[in-house]
Design a protein around this ligand. Structure first.
Ligand SMILES: [Fe+2]
Length: 392
C-alpha cells in the first residue's frame, strides 16, 4: 500500500482530512500525518470491501486441530484485512450488556463528579478524559482503567509490592456498582484476550504459547468512549489511525460509526454485530508477526441522532519487553522491521499526549534522561524516584 508522509508530526486531535483533497485519504501513524491515494477503476487493487467474521465459539476446544482451524481463518483475515468480527466470543452476553449499561451510566454522571477522576490525578494517566472539542463542538470523552496490580481484582495476574502507587480511579461514591460490573467484564475479556493470543500464534505457524513471553504482564486497558451526537458533515471523532498496541477487542453498542480503510483508500464500515467483538491487530502484532499481520487504519464517528458508546479492550505487551519479529518468523536477509521498546514508546506517548500532566512535568523537572524514563516509574512514589536518581 503506498503511503506518503505529508507534514511534520502532529500530537493533538486535528482536522486531519483535507476536505478539498478528494484524491487522498489522510490518517495518523506514529505521530505523523500520512496519506493514501484513492484508487479507482483500472488503478484499483484487490482489497476487502467488508469486514469478515470468524466464529470463535470453540477457541477453548481441547482439540488442537479445532483451535488450528480457527487460527487458519484468523490468519487469513488478519493478512487480508486486519479487522474481523469475533462471533460467539467466550464472554457472557449478560456481562457485556451490564458493562455497556454501566458505561452509559458513567458518562451521564455530572461533569463535576467525572472531573474528580481526571486523568491528571493518576500517574498512569488512568481515569476520565473530558471532552475533546473541535470547532467549538464536543467530539469525544473517555475513561480508562488498566494494568494496576494494586487492585485485588487483578491479583489473578500479579500482586503489586507494598508501596506501589495505584493508577486506576473509580467512581466509588457516585456509581458504586461501576467497579464491580466492569471488573467482572474485564476478567472475562482478559481470559478471551489471552486465548486470542494463542490463536494468533497458531495463525502465524508458531506453537500456541510462542508469543506468551511478550504478554506475561500485559499492559492492557479498557478505554471506554462516549461519542455525543455529531453533525453528519463533521470529520471523524477519532483521528484516523492504526492502533499501536498488540490487539484490540472492541465491544461497540448498537449504533455503529467505526470505519476501516482499505488499500484503495475507501472507508469500509464496521457496523455492530450482535454481541460480537471487532478484533484488530496493532503495530506490536505487526512487528511480532514480521509484517504478516498489519495494523490497519480506522476511524470512528458519532451518530447524527443518538449518543454512541464503545468499550474497547486493548491487549498490549509487557512494558519490560522489547518487541521484535518472532525469531521463527525471520529468515536470512528478512530483518527489516525495527524492534520496539514498549516501555519507551508508552512513556513517550503519555508525555506527548499529556504535556501538562503534573506527574510527567515533575519527572521532566528531575532531568531524567530518556534511558532513565521507564514505564516502571509510573508505579513508584515520586519520593522514591527522587531518591533513586539522587535528586533529593
Ligand atoms: Fe484505534
Amino acid at each position: 500500500m503506498s503511503t506518503t508522509v505529508t507534514t511534520a508530526p502532529i500530537t493533538v486531535l486535528a482536522n486531519i482530512q483535507d476536505p478539498d483533497d478528494t484524491k487522498n485519504v489522510y490518517y495518523q501513524s506514529g505521530g505523523y500525518r500520512l496519506s493514501r491515494p484513492v484508487l479507482e477503476g483500472a488503478q484499483a487493487k484487490r482489497t476487502f470491501d467488508a469486514i469478515p467474521t470468524v466464529d470463535v465459539s470453540k477457541i477453548f476446544s481441547p482439540d488442537l486441530e479445532v483451535r488450528k482451524a480457527i487460527a487458519a481463518e484468523v490468519g487469513k483475515v488478519c493478512e487480508e484485512v486486519g479487522f474481523f468480527y469475533a462471533a460467539n466470543p467466550p464472554v457472557s452476553r449478560d456481562k457485556m450488556d451490564a458493562a455497556m449499561d454501566m458505561v452509559k451510566s458513567f458518562f451521564r454522571l455530572p461533569q463535576e463528579d467525572l472531573l474528580k477522576l481526571h486523568v491528571d490525578n493518576s500517574q498512569g494517566v488512568k481515569g476520565y478524559l473530558p471532552f475533546a472539542f473541535r470547532d467549538g463542538r464536543r467530539c469525544r470523552a473517555s475513561y480508562s482503567f488498566g494494568r494496576d496490580y494494586t487492585n485485588p481484582e487483578q491479583h489473578f495476574v500479579q500482586k503489586a509490592p507494598d508501596g506501589t502507587v495505584g493508577l486506576n480511579q473509580w467512581p466509588d461514591e457516585t456509581l458504586p456498582a461501576f467497579r464491580t460490573v466492569l471488573y467482572e467484564y474485564y476478567q472475562d475479556v482478559f481470559v478471551f484476550a489471552r486465548q486470542m493470543l494463542h490463536i494468533f500464534s497458531l495463525a502465524l505457524g508458531l506453537d500456541e504459547t510462542d508469543l506468551d513471553d511478550a504478554f506475561r504482564f500485559p499492559l492492557n486497558d479498557i478505554t471506554m468512549q462516549y461519542y455525543p451526537v455529531q453533525d453528519p458533515n463533521e470529520q471523524s471523532s477519532i483521528v484516523p489511525h492504526a492502533d499501536y498496541g498488540g490487539f484490540t477487542l472492541l465491544y461497540q453498542d448498537d449504533i455503529g460509526g467505526l470505519e476501516v480503510l482499505n488499500a484503495n483508500g475507501v472507508w469500509v464500515p464496521a457496523p455492530p454485530h450482535d454481541h460480537a467483538y471487532v478484533v484488530n491487530t496493532g503495530s506490536y502484532m505487526e512487528v511480532l508477526s514480521n509484517g504478516r499481520f498489519p495494523a490497519t487504519v480506522h476511524r470512528a464517528f458519532g451518530n447524527p441522532r443518538v449518543d454512541r458508546f464503545s468499550l474497547p479492550f486493548f491487549y498490549n505487551p509487557d512494558p519490560n519487553v522489547m518487541i521484535a519479529p518472532h525469531p521463527k518468523l525471520v529468515k536470512d536477509g528478512d530483518e527489516t522491521i525495527t524492534p520496539q521498546d514498549v516501555s519507551r514508546r508508552q512513556i513517550k506517548g503519555l508525555m506527548t499526549n499529556r504535556p501538562h500532566h503534573p506527574f510527567f512535568a515533575k519527572l521532566r523537572a528531575l532531568g531524567l534522561t530518556d534511558e532513565e524514563l521507564t514505564f516502571d516509574l509510573v508505579t513508584q512514589p515520586l519520593a522514591t524516584i527522587e531518591e533513586k536518581f539522587g535528586k533529593k
